[in-house]
Design a binder for this molecule. Structure first.
Ligand code: UDP
Ligand code: MG
Length: 330
């Protein structure tokens, strides 16, 4: 493989003054070779037709199929494409984080590279930001994913994030979103700070949502499974953590109160020979609830400790193998 150009020296260095594009569209790619050329054709048609100045930032997240090679070809032919090649597969969130660390635009749009979203919806999101919103979320009013594997867990996740963030948005999981640059810059994304859309949304002064189209995956299959979804939502829980600990504290206090109130009842039941079994089972059930609550609290604290350790240890969430700047001079 040819040696990587320095991130500091764009390939078009010397081609004239650089102007920042108005919009950066960030698209993470992991094994999407089958639909990539089609996706790029649709996306660039929309961006060209919109009259906006733009860059498309493709992040190859360690694909093991032909995606990396195809993206290189796309970069060579399309002057508005920035190409980030990650060292290994690091996950959708890490790939987006890498993209956010390398954006040039005033408005940042995120979109999946799997052909499930409609690029034509992008200018609508951009307009909302131009009109004053800090975040605009797509809202998949008719979502075309499997019910049990994706839509149902998403309903729980949306409910939890709505409660934790205090922002009553419908579709936190929709990857088609737009952000104002000032909001993104406030979090200073780099290889140690993972992108988290719930946190960005919770910091926004003004947000909006727009119904967007959603299609079944034309190629390949979803890279998410129930465990990855659990990890993702644990990240949301921890990232919006002040509230989660407060809720845990309330749950602990309520359990303690119930235990205290029930103690005399257990005592009474245990002294009635025929009810000893009932008293013991109730006691056991309550103790199990108490111990589990404690277990969750310990796990949550552990998650914090590990995060702090990784931060102190300066362990990157993604590593860049190579970056190819847009050739447009934008
Ligand atoms: N993706 C990625 N790294 C991964 C998994 C996924 O960059 O480890 C990309 C994937 O190529 C797609 C987007 O993230 O562009 C969304 O992935 P997917 O379609 O699997 O998620 P879903 O639509 O099921 O939420
Ligand atoms: Mg998808």
């Amino acid at each position: 493989m040819s040696s990587a150009p320095s991130p500091e020296i764009p390939l078009d260095a010397g081609a004239g003054p650089k102007h920042n594009p108005h919009v950066s569209v960030v698209v993470p790619i992991y094994n999407e070779a089958d639909g990539l050329l089609d996706l790029h054709a649709r996306l660039s048609d929309v961006m060209e037709g919109s009259g906006l100045s733009y860059e498309i930032v493709y992040i190859n997240d360690g694909s093991s199929d032909n995606s990396g090679k195809l993206l290189r070809g796309i970069h060579a032919e399309s002057p508005h494409v920035k190409f980030l090649d990650l060292l290994r597969n690091s996950g959708q969130v890490a790939a987006l984080s890498a993209g956010f660390a390398h954006i040039a635009g005033d408005i940042i749009v995120t979109m999946d590279g799997d052909g499930q979203m409609e690029p034509e919806d992008i200018p609508l999101l951009v307009r909302e930001i131009e009109e004053g919103s800090d975040v605009v979320s797509g809202w998949r009013t008719s979502r075309r994913d499997s019910w049990f594997g994706r839509a149902l867990p998403s309903m729980f996740a949306n409910y939890m994030i709505r409660k934790l963030s205090g922002v009553p948005m419908h579709d936190y999981g929709c990857s088609l979103k737009a952000y104002r640059r000032e909001l993104v810059d406030a979090l200073k994304f780099d290889e140690y700070r993972a992108f988290n859309q719930a946190v960005l949304i919770s910091l926004a002064g003004k947000w909006a949502e727009i119904p967007v189209r959603h299609y079944p995956r034309p190629h390949g299959k979803s890279k998410w499974n129930l465990f990855k979804l659990f990890q993702f939502n644990l990240d949301n829980l921890v990232s919006l953590s002040v509230y989660s600990f407060q809720w845990m504290a309330i749950a602990g206090a309520v359990l303690a109160l119930i235990g205290l109130l029930l103690a005399p009842a257990f005592f009474f039941l245990a002294h009635k020979r025929s009810l000893i079994g009932l008293a013991a089972s109730l006691n056991l059930a309550l103790s199990l609830v108490g111990v589990s609550t404690l277990g969750i609290l310990v796990a949550l604290s552990g998650e914090f400790v590990v995060r702090i350790y990784h931060m102190v240890d300066k362990r990157p969430k993604w590593i860049l193998r190579e970056i190819l700047e847009p050739r447009s001079g934008l």
